[in-house]
Design a protein around this ligand. Structure first.
Ligand SMILES: *[C@@H]1O[C@H](CO)[C@@H](O)[C@H](O)[C@H]1NC(C)=O
Ligand SMILES: *[C@@H]1O[C@H](CO)[C@@H](O)[C@H](O)[C@H]1NC(C)=O
Ligand SMILES: *[C@@H]1O[C@H](CO)[C@@H](O)[C@H](O)[C@H]1NC(C)=O
Length: 498
């Protein structure tokens, strides 16, 4: 008991005590954002043989994000039938709705409450957390696991004493009120394994999904940052690897140089050796040595501001949506993309990548500034220019050295310059000097560094694993009386280490 129980002063002192605690809590939360995660110790009964054959369920928290986007929940599902949330599940929905400030979650679209074949996805797994392939051997016995998003996965029955495993993602902030007080303390059994997956978005934007204290809630984590997560799924690099690794698809220096377009800049035309290769510069839509094509303009790395500063000192062709001097895309690029209206919200609706790659290959340099500067956060921004032979002007992962395919220089490393002006002047110099420029492509004749080779080996092995299958494997092993931690360790050892 923290507060005084003496009768006379009880009322007033309780008031002071209460407000004191309240402001302490507020202060504590402001200072530390969230009180420390204190997971309850779950006591596990001895395993029953019968449980072994049971299907493993994974609850997909991801879809509950729709609670935030009320429009999604209310508009998209208007036609679908709605149901009352059963009493025993209301604590879950209340916690989520409170967190998101959604007024009431006593009724929801029925499919968000009750599972059906529509809401459940079959996940085929092989042994040790591997994704099942079509050919399954005796040693690699298949088993099935199901992923769903309906709340009834949290309903226990007498026969079925387990709660589902869950997969968390960066978009649902990990809070005590939801994850600890409700899900962990009330809806977690020994064999409900919790997984976190953090790919494709930088930790700078979603810090809670990399918070080591909060990660204690999870049995297994997948994410791009090897210093935080257990497993690192194949990153962006993998999509471009054939052209980066030493394969026949990697462009040679000669191919790279042949692809470059003359720079149609009347004021600077003599500055560029590249113009001496051809006479027909008037028709070229390339007006600068640098290409800039960003669509996400307000970023933690403040790349728009950086590039705008550079533009004061060097010409930059801007075909993106950020900054000034934006130019319309050349017609042949629009044709390649197959879309006149570039819907940035739905990039899959047109082939933006084909257009971007084609345009990039024309340019000596391409701006490659990540949206944030996070460890191991290396995206297509770097790989696309390297793939098609434009030198990336890079700012991003502080450990970019670990990732580069070159032993010497293959990027213009913006960290080396005090100001955008210094960078611009340096780049101007490289653009004028063919020997110097070509040195940035020297890696094309060489093998990739051992560091990167080792990473590629790891990623090729990781292609065979999924978070779902690792979770299901761990849950299955717990049922058999084995330790989840040991199971994870065993899988980590099989995959290898980054
Ligand atoms: C176990 O619980 C899940 C999730 O609610 C349910 O779908 C499944 O039918 C239950 N299994 C048994 C054997 O009751
Ligand atoms: C061009 O760059 C090369 C390599 O860095 C250097 O040796 C050479 O002096 C430069 N040429 C001029 C004209 O600056
Ligand atoms: C991935 O799985 C396939 C099919 O089971 C197998 O042939 C391949 O060797 C595995 N790769 C690695 C790196 O483990």
């Amino acid at each position: 008991m923290l507060c005084s129980k003496r009768k006379k002063t009880r009322l007033i002192s309780n008031f002071i005590c209460f407000t004191g605690i309240l402001s302490f809590i507020l202060l504590y939360q402001i200072t530390f954002h969230q009180a420390d995660i204190q997971p309850r110790i779950i006591s596990c009964p001895s395993p029953k043989q019968t449980r072994y054959e049971k299907t493993k369920y994974i609850f997909n928290l991801d879809l509950w994000r729709y609670l935030v986007a009320k429009d999604q929940l209310y508009v998209k599902n208007r036609e679908k039938p709605w149901c009352d949330v059963p009493k025993e599940l209301q604590v879950i929905t209340n916690a989520l709705c409170q967190f998101y400030g959604t007024p009431s979650c006593t009724r929801l679209p029925c499919h968000m409450i009750y599972s059906s074949s529509d809401t459940l996805t079959n996940i085929d797994c092989a042994s040790n957390g591997q994704i099942s392939t079509k050919v399954s051997t005796k040693r690699n016995k298949k088993f099935q696991c199901k992923r769903g998003y309906s709340l009834d996965l949290f309903m226990k029955d007498n026969e079925n004493q387990s709660y589902p495993s869950i997969i968390a993602d960066p978009f649902t902030p990990i809070t005590n009120s939801f994850y600890v007080k409700v899900l962990h303390n009330q809806y977690r059994s020994c064999n409900s394994m919790w997984g976190m997956i953090q790919t494709h978005e930088s930790l700078s934007y979603y810090p809670w999904s990399g918070d080591r204290e909060k990660m204690k809630l999870f049995d297994v984590t997948f994410g791009y940052d090897r210093s935080v997560y257990d497993f690192v799924p194949p990153p962006w690099l993998i999509n471009y690897i054939d052209g980066i690794d030493q394969t026949p698809k990697r462009l040679s220096l000669k191919q790279v140089m042949t692809n470059k377009k003359p720079i149609n800049s009347p004021s600077n035309r003599d500055d560029y050796w590249i113009n001496q290769q051809t006479n027909s510069i008037q028709s070229s839509y390339v007006k600068a040595s640098i290409l800039w094509m960003n669509s996400n303009c307000q970023t933690i790395s403040k790349r728009t501001q950086y590039v705008e500063q550079m533009m004061k000192f060097i010409d930059i062709d801007n075909f993106g949506l950020c900054g000034t001097n934006i130019r319309p895309l050349p017609q042949h690029i629009i044709d390649l993309e197959g879309s006149k209206t570039r819907n940035e919200q739905n990039r899959n609706s047109y082939n933006w990548e084909a257009g971007k790659l084609a345009l990039t290959s024309d340019y000596l340099f391409t701006i490659a500034i990540e949206n944030s500067r996070s460890y191991d956060y290396v995206t297509e921004k770097l790989w696309q220019p390297l793939l098609v032979g434009s030198v990336p002007i890079y700012l991003g992962a502080p450990n970019i050295e670990d990732w580069l395919p070159c032993r010497t220089d293959c990027i213009i490393d913006l960290r080396k310059f005090k100001t955008p002006k210094d960078a611009a002047l340096f780049i101007k110099n490289v653009a004028k000097n063919r020997t110097l420029y070509e040195s940035y492509h020297q890696w094309r004749n060489e093998e990739i560094p051992d560091k990167l080779k080792k990473m590629l080996k790891y990623f090729s092995s990781m292609r065979n694993y999924s978070l779902e299958c690792v979770l299901c494997e761990m849950s299955k092993r717990v049922d058999e009386g084995q330790s989840a931690k040991e199971t994870k360790k065993k899988i980590l050892d099989i995959v290898g280490h980054l």
